[in-house]
Design a protein around this ligand. Structure first.
Ligand SMILES: CC(C)(COP(=O)(O)OP(=O)(O)OC[C@H]1O[C@@H](n2cnc3c(N)ncnc32)[C@H](O)[C@@H]1OP(=O)(O)O)[C@@H](O)C(=O)NCCC(=O)NCCS
Length: 176
C-alpha cells in the first residue's frame, strides 16, 4: 500500500474522457456487469449534472483511485448513489478512507448515510458492515429481475430525544 496521501476532489460532473475511462473499468466488473450496466450508460450518468449530486474523486499522485457519487438531501441523509474503488487500487484501504471522508463531510449536515448494495455482492456487503452500515430492507427485482438490492443505513448523527413531537415537518425537513 502506498504511503502517498489520498486527496479528495469534489466535482459536479466528470469530463467526457475521465467518465469514459472510469465507466469502461466499472462496466467490466461486478456489480455493474451482472446488473447489465453498459459503459456508455455509465459514462453518460457520470457526466450528468444535478443540484443534489456531488461526485468525489479519490486521487493519489494524480491518478484516480476511486469515485463516490452522493445524492443529498435524501431521506434525512445523504445517499451514496455510486461507490467504486478502481480494480488496481482495491484491498489497500482506499474504500475505508473514502467512507471516512464522506462521513466526516456529511456529519453535522445530516443524520444518515444510505446506500443500496446488490444481494450477490457479498464482498461489498461485508465491507460496508465493517464500516458500520446495517441492512434495513430488501428490495426485490429493483434493478433486474431475480436480483435483490439491500438498503443499508449508517446513523452519523443521532437525534436528541424530543420531549414532545412537533406536529408536522416542512417538506424540506422531511427530505433532509
Ligand atoms: C467494495 C469496495 C468498495 C471496497 O473497497 P476497498 O478499497 O477494496 O476496501 P478496503 O481496502 O478499504 O477494505 C476495508 C475493510 O473492508 C474489508 N473488505 C474489503 N473488501 C472486502 C471483500 N470483498 N470481502 C470482505 N471484506 C472486504 C477489508 O478486509 C478491510 O477490513 P479491515 O478493516 O478489517 O482491514 C471495492 O472493493 C470495490 O469498489 N469493489 C467493486 C465495486 C463495488 O462492489 N462497489 C460497491 C457497489 S454498492
Amino acid at each position: 500500500m502506498s504511503s502517498d496521501p489520498l486527496e479528495f476532489i469534489a466535482c459536479d460532473a466528470l469530463g467526457a474522457g475521465e467518465a469514459q475511462t472510469i465507466a469502461a473499468s466499472l462496466a467490466a466488473g461486478d456489480p455493474w456487469r451482472t446488473l447489465g450496466y453498459g459503459a456508455d450508460a455509465l459514462a453518460r450518468g457520470l457526466q450528468l449534472t444535478h443540484p443534489d449530486l456531488t461526485r468525489y474523486l479519490a486521487v493519489r499522485n494524480g491518478a484516480i483511485q476511486g469515485l463516490v457519487v452522493i445524492r443529498h438531501p435524501w431521506l434525512r441523509g445523504a445517499y451514496i448513489e455510486l461507490f467504486a474503488v478502481l480494480p488496481g487500487a482495491q484491498g489497500q484501504g482506499v474504500g475505508r478512507a473514502v467512507l471516512t471522508f464522506i462521513e466526516r463531510t456529511y456529519r453535522g449536515r445530516t443524520s444518515n448515510l444510505w446506500l443500496l448494495v446488490s444481494g450477490f455482492n457479498s464482498g461489498a456487503r461485508a465491507f460496508y458492515e465493517k464500516q458500520g452500515f446495517r441492512p434495513v430492507g430488501l428490495l426485490t427485482d429493483l434493478v433486474i429481475a431475480g436480483q435483490d438490492e439491500v438498503l443499508m443505513r449508517k446513523v452519523i448523527q443521532a437525534h436528541p430525544t424530543p420531549s414532545r413531537r412537533t406536529p408536522s415537518a416542512s417538506p424540506a425537513e422531511q427530505g433532509d
